[in-house]
Design a protein around this ligand. Sequence first.
Ligand code: ZN
Length: 184
Amino acid sequence: MEQEIGKSAKPKAKKEFAQGRLIDTYAAQCEKCHKWRVIDTQDEYEDIRSKMLEDPFHCHKKQATSCEDPADIDYDASRTWVIDKPGVPKTPKGFKRSLVLRKDYSKMDTYYITPTGKKLRSRNEIAAFVEANPEFNNAPLGDFNFTVPKVMEDTLPPDAKLASPIGASSTATSKKTISKQTQD
Ligand SMILES: [Zn+2]
């Protein structure tokens, strides 16, 4: 069970969850030049992240890009960055993995959306869903991963505690880290 900050009861947590920020930009860091490259789709990003350890990201893996080109995006506080762990498996086909940054920036929450539109927030919920819907049992349970990216404190807005949910965030990945950015 995740611990809530403060003495919030469940309904409050749910509300914060609903008001959180979603990732709006994906980025991967080149192992050679350390520049950040924006990755266009979640699918592509997850593919890079899942293989990051064996197959580190390089600029040339992005179409028409080389280490000579200026960085697509800089790691700075103009947006909130969250850094993924490398090696998180790609989301099984038909499912969608969602990450939400809590409104108070304390942490991220992850959940999966099933092909039927149901939100699943834990491994137990996934197992129960697959058991009740055997047509999806080709999705390996081990590929559902609830590891959340680390919220990078040095990129939080100065007024993070008071901030409205309108703002930017990103998530990214590098060999040590992967990152994404969020904005709503
Ligand atoms: Zn490079």
